[in-house]
Design a protein around this ligand. Structure first.
Ligand SMILES: [Zn+2]
Length: 291
């Protein structure tokens, strides 16, 4: 079966292009969406210096510069789909997105990961342009866990699930891919999101969560299963996960945001119909970015 990883980054976790391609080969991945990450230096935690090349080099273009995505794409064009999302607060954000699309062939607007509310007017303007250009927007949502002023580098990104609902409503012609802990914790209708970045092991999903609700209500929302957050959302309750992936088989994409195999292991253990797997592993990704 063809497999597309719909969320990954260049030069991360010790992977250069050769290691990246070898890793894709190892896990049977045919193509990867290669996303940048652009935000201010004071917005991300120092621990990213251990895993991303951009902060180590003090890149002014953010933790994952788009130039590195372009470099991979030029050296292995058939293996990658380019993604680029500018910091929406930059005055030239729309011009940057348009240039990435027109000049470099970027197909995805992602990854968006900035310390701002995503329904800020600058962001909405950028999202509407992404919709016009046919670029789905991949966003990172993560709740504020800061309880005191002692740890000013504590991270939050994007706002809350209500922020996302306002975005979905404000930009009906733009497709969005929900990603990260603040999104996937809402697969369940419980209060874990208030205190937990990730749900504790094996805490079953309570039906009626905001993620299924928003997927039903807004046809412009999709789910990016990448990282521990997406994997954990499935793993915590396999029975629920099977129903969820079957109901939203047209709206959920296999993705990693890392170089591991855990998502395939979980997805393949759920005894899903072949047609459902085809959509999750590649057909939905292909549908979202018309080459
Ligand atoms: Zn990412």
């Amino acid at each position: 079966m063809k497999i597309i990883d719909a969320h990954n980054h260049p030069d991360c976790h010790g992977h250069d292009l050769d290691k990246f391609l070898a890793n894709m080969e190892r896990y049977g991945i045919d193509q990867t969406w290669l996303l940048n990450w652009e935000c201010q230096e004071n917005e991300y935690d120092f621990h990213y210096k251990n895993v991303l090349a951009g902060p180590v080099l003090g890149s002014p273009a953010g933790p994952v510069p788009f130039s590195r995505c372009i470099s991979y794409k030029e050296r292995a064009p058939e293996k990658f789909v380019l993604g680029y999302c500018p910091d929406p607060r930059l005055p030239d954000a729309c011009a940057r997105l348009k240039a990435a699309h027109d000049i470099y062939g970027a197909k995805v607007c992602g990854e968006l990961k900035c310390r701002m509310m995503y329904d800020n007017p600058d962001a909405l303007r950028l999202f509407r342009l992404a919709g016009e250009l046919g670029m789905p927007v991949t966003f990172h949502l993560q709740y504020d866990r800061q309880r005191t002023c002692d740890d000013p580098r504590q991270e939050w990104w994007g706002g809350t699930i209500d922020t996302i609902e306002r975005v979905l409503r404000a930009c009906p012609d733009t497709l969005f891919l929900g990603h990260a802990p603040g999104f996937w914790i809402h697969i369940s209708n419980d209060a874990l999101w208030r205190d937990h970045t990730y749900p504790p092991e094996n805490v079953k999903v309570v039906s009626g969560g905001r993620v299924p609700e928003l997927l039903r209500k807004y046809p412009n929302l999709y789910g990016d299963l990448s990282a521990g957050s997406g994997c954990q959302a499935l793993k915590r309750d396999p029975e629920f996960a099977k129903g969820f992936l079957t109901e939203f088989q047209d709206r959920v994409l296999y993705a990693r945001d890392f170089f591991d195999h855990q998502h395939q292991e979980v997805i393949n253990s759920l005894d899903l119909a072949t047609g459902v797997l085809e959509k999750i592993y590649h057909a939905n990704a292909e549908k979202l970015i018309k080459e």
